[in-house]
Design a binder for this molecule. Structure first.
Ligand SMILES: Nc1ncnc2c1ncn2[C@@H]1O[C@H](COP(=O)(O)OP(=O)(O)O)[C@@H](O)[C@H]1O
Ligand SMILES: [Mg+2]
Length: 196
């Protein structure tokens, strides 16, 4: 077993699922966003976006060294694909119906504009496309978490990783073609209203 990446749009449940997977496997969980800040693995703070710009080389080196010293871990991040491919077993991208994601991020008290940006990213499969672009289809799989509690999502992740469930790699979930038209319409209207 190598490191397991858990990716996805903010709010889909990465950290919750990563914690459960790490407990079930008895391996540590690494929250990459936190590590980046604590170890200053960023180049600057982007004032406009309100987020750190990560130093990808420094992050890769940190994760490679960490893997050499502690072995496998669960890594959760919306940019999990920055991990070097040779230390990765798989990247699991958690997906969530964009309408549900709106509710989740509103509950978190995020500004509407930031919610709209992230809902747009989920609608367009940005985390999956980034992971596939960086690592190739053979290392990336998606789990639809809609209507499932985090325990179920974590056990599905373990099942696909360890082969009890058929593994469907690459990019399968596409809300643009899979959401019922009226639901898609509501999501698009939300984005248009708040995206600015
Ligand atoms: N499968 C799930 N069903 C319902 N709520 C969930 C689920 N997974 C996570 N949550 C809740 O959604 C919020 C965001 O989860 P979190 O794990 O912090 O997401 P992320 O790390 O992707 O930003 C938290 O309040 C969490 O308790
Ligand atoms: Mg998180």
């Amino acid at each position: 077993l190598k490191a397991i990446g858990i990716s996805g749009t903010p709010g889909v449940g990465k950290s919750t699922v990563a914690e459960l997977v790490s407990k079930k496997l008895g391996i540590p969980r690494v929250d990459l966003s936190r590590v980046v800040i604590e170890r200053r693995l960023y180049t600057e703070f982007d004032e406009v976006r309100g987020s750190y710009v990560i130093d990808e080389d420094a992050v890769r080196k940190y994760l490679r060294d960490l893997y050499s010293s502690i072995g496998p871990f669960v890594l959760d991040s919306h940019y999990a694909e920055v991990a070097p491919r040779e230390i990765l077993e798989i990247v699991v991208v958690i997906r969530l119906d964009p309408m549900k994601l709106i509710d989740r991020l509103v509950a978190r008290g995020w500004p509407m504009r930031k919610i709209a940006e992230n809902v747009e990213a989920e609608l367009l499969s940005v985390p999956t496309l980034n992971a596939v672009e960086e690592l190739g289809e053979e290392l990336v799989l998606e789990i639809d978490s809609t209507g499932k509690n985090a325990e179920i999502v974590a056990s599905e992740a373990l099942s696909v990783i360890f082969g009890d469930l058929p593994i469907e790699l690459g990019h399968r979930i596409d809300w643009l073609s899979q959401l019922p038209p009226e639901r898609l319409e509501r999501v698009l209207r939300f984005i248009e209203t708040h995206r600015g």
